[in-house]
Each structure stands twice: as C-alpha cells, then as structure tokens.
Design a protein around this ligand. Structure first.
Ligand SMILES: [Fe+2]
Length: 182
C-alpha cells in the first residue's frame, strides 16, 4: 500500500502554488521518466515518481524589473535545499511514512549540485534516477519550466501514473524483499 498518491500531492495547495511556479508540465514529465528509469535501475517507483514530481518545488522567482534574471538566479539559487524541506513537510502532512519522506527529501536535495560550490556528489540509485529524470526533460535555456498543461490533463496523467504504481508496488516489494513500511 502506498501511503500517499501523486494525485493527492497534486491536489494540495502547496503543490498547486510551488510546482506550478516551476512548471507542472515539467514535473509530470519527470515523474513519467522516473517511473521508466526506476524500473531500469531497480529503484522503488513510488519514491522515484514522487521525488521527480516534487523535485523543483523549492524554486523562488528571481525577477528584476519584471523580468527573470538568470544571473541573479545562478548566483543565489538554493531551490534544491528549499524544495527538499518543502517536499518533506508536504509529504508528512499528507501521511507519508517518515522513512520514505526522508528518502524523497534527500533525492530532491541531490537532484542538482548547482547549490554546491564545487559539486561532486556520489548519488545513491534513487537520487541518481531523479537527477536523470530531470535531465531527460530539460530544454535549453530552461524552457522546460515554461511549458504549460491544463489542470484537467495534469490530474488525468497523474491518475494514470498512480494506477500503474499501485499495480507495480506489490511486484516491486516482492522482487526486492524490502521491509514493509506499514
Ligand atoms: Fe527540473
């Protein structure tokens, strides 16, 4: 049994505010990439899709004179740190298992090394899958943050992914004899 679904995450006002800010279409595309990659790298798809969906939840808006200032963003960005904490709080509020919430928060934290002065991180498989999922949907110049999607289509795509995940969860846990978390 999954404690929290992607649809539940989508419906929460915090997600509506902050994931929309950084791009709902990108978040959903990343969740789908993470689902595929989780299989390839033998990672729990439930954790991978949630972390990928929430990975950019920490973005701040770096505007100067009404325009996005990329330099300001590059110098001052801590979206991975902010997002990690925000994703964790949201998951716990919705009833996620604390162990899973921590793993997802760490995968959000390490999806990019942009906040580290000279980043050379050694990622675990879950963190690696989430970083790859993000890269897989990136467009030059950060265009992926501006793709749009209607609420209806977003919710529909996440409902479909939830169904796939529910079906997959039992096989994943049986196949990997991971201790039950509930
Ligand atoms: Fe991203």
């Amino acid at each position: 049994m999954r404690h929290v679904t992607l649809t539940q995450l989508f419906d929460h006002p915090i997600t509506q505010k902050y994931v929309k800010r950084s791009g709902m279409a990108h978040a959903i595309a990343c969740a789908y990439h993470a689902y595929r990659l989780a299989n390839e790298y033998h990672v729990d798809p439930d954790k991978a899709t949630k972390a990928a969906f929430l990975h950019d939840i920490g973005h701040y808006t770096w505007y100067r004179d009404g325009k996005w200032d990329y330099e300001l963003y590059k110098q001052n960005d801590i979206h991975a740190i902010k997002g990690s904490e925000r994703a964790h709080k949201l998951l716990i509020r919705l009833g996620e298992h604390p162990k899973i919430a921590k793993e997802i928060a760490l995968a959000v934290l390490f999806h990019t090394d942009s906040f580290l002065p000279e980043g050379q991180l050694e990622l675990d498989p879950l963190q690696y899958v989430v970083a790859l999922a993000d890269e897989a949907d990136e467009e030059p110049g950060g265009e992926h943050h501006y793709r749009t999607i209607t609420d209806e289509r977003a919710r529909h795509l996440l409902t479909l992914l939830d169904l796939k995940l529910d079906a997959k969860q039992t096989t994943y846990h049986e196949g990997h004899s991971i201790e039950k978390t509930n």
